[in-house]
Design a protein around this ligand. Structure first.
Ligand SMILES: Nc1ncnc2c1ncn2[C@@H]1O[C@H](COP(=O)(O)OP(=O)(O)OP(=O)(O)O)[C@@H](O)[C@H]1O
Length: 343
């Protein structure tokens, strides 16, 4: 399933977030271009895209933090921003971290933020603050001033703020920002437990592995447009597969694969002279999202190798990863971890 289709196949009420033709211009710059999002209720929905793709701008429009240039938004079945006042109390959000007072403790900051929310019960405030802090693993630091918090602790405090009341939808923009691997794992397990309670979670992340482990659905955004959207399996497996040929004649294999218009890479085992030839089938150029398949079937490659007299000792079609798919869709490498980019 791809985005920008103009309509979707979901029953009324089945979507927690739905946009049609959502567009945002900053002057002449088209930051978000006719986006149709369909976020099923109860899903953990990963929102992926390279830096500057337009994810944060989209999230800000969903939450009424910035107006759309055109298009429509529905959140929890209500039109936005018209229903902001009734919808927002049901939505917990972590976007660019809330402004905390550095000289107040974490708990005092949450008290202050909760006081500003007129939809909640003040009598339960202390309990809710303590529970939210416990849930993000900050119970021990509740009384500590926020200026002494690490970036990761501030990020957790932002999450705790989003959890001060029961929510039907959580919108989290890069929730693992600033967290160490242990913190990232904790946030992941927190999101899982929230989703198990029935909360829909819409989460943007630059950590592909995290999205792959966590999400039931994903959308990939590139240059302001949704280039793929659907269940994780559908997006991951769409059109891209990687094949591996083990042969004693890698040069012959390269020639056959090149005849298919493919660009294989080869690793030779010097001790045996065997070649390990790998190629990705059907990469999708970011500039040409309309042409998604090359139509090459793996069995046609096996037949051509055999016909050309290339001795095939091994032939494997490897499952494509979300990373393969992301690179193919956006034409960009993806920062898997800080300072490490893959192409
Ligand atoms: N207030 C603004 N004024 C002008 N341009 C903006 C503004 N906010 C965002 N943009 C531009 O819109 C585009 C999309 O930005 P956005 O922050 O939504 O991307 P993103 O996918 O969230 O990327 P990142 O992960 O880097 O935050 C970028 O080119 C950005 O420079």
């Amino acid at each position: 399933m791809t985005g920008n289709a103009g309509s979707n196949a979901f029953a009324p009420g089945a979507l927690a977030i739905e946009t049609h033709g959502l567009t945002k211009r900053f002057g002449s710059h088209l930051a978000v271009d006719s986006v149709d999002l369909a976020v099923p209720r109860g899903s953990v929905f990963g929102f992926l895209g390279p830096n500057g793709a337009g994810k944060t701008t989209t999230i800000r429009m969903l939450l009424g933090l910035v107006g759309a240039t055109s298009g429509s938004i529905s959140v929890l079945g209500q039109p936005m921003p018209a229903s902001l006042a009734s919808v927002l109390p049901r939505v917990g959000a972590l976007v660019e971290g809330p402004a905390f007072y550095p000289f107040l403790s974490g708990a005092a900051n949450l008290h202050r933020l909760d006081t500003a929310d007129r939809s909640v019960d003040g009598a339960t405030r202390s309990d809710r603050v303590a529970q939210a802090l416990d849930r993000v693993g900050l119970g021990h630091a509740a009384g500590k001033k926020v200026k002494a918090y690490s970036l990761g602790m501030k990020q957790r405090l932002g999450l705790a703020n989003a959890l001060l009341a029961p929510r039907d939808l959580l919108v989290l923009d890069e929730p693992s920002n600033g967290l160490d691997p242990q913190g990232t794992r904790e946030v992941r397990s927190l999101i899982r437990s929230l989703a198990a309670d029935g909360t829909t979670v819409f989460v943007s992340s630059h950590l592909l592995a995290e999205i792959e482990q966590l999400c039931s659905h994903v959308a990939v955004m590139s240059s302001g447009r949704i280039v793929s959207q659907g269940t994780l399996d559908a997006v991951r497996d769409q059109d891209v597969s990687r094949i591996r040929v083990v042969t004693t004649d890698p040069v012959g294999a390269l020639r056959v694969l090149a005849d298919f218009g493919l660009e294989p890479s080869v690793a030779t085992d010097e001790s045996t002279a065997d070649g390990d030839v790998r190629v990705v089938l059907a990469p999708v150029p970011a500039t040409d999202p309309g042409h998604r398949t090359s139509g090459i079937q793996p069995e046609a490659i096996v037949a051509a190798l055999v016909a050309a007299g290339v001795p095939v000792r091994g032939f494997t079609v490897e499952e494509s990863s979300l990373e393969d798919r992301f690179v193919a869709l956006t034409g960009e490498g993806f920062a898997i971890a800080e300072g490490h980019s893959v192409r």
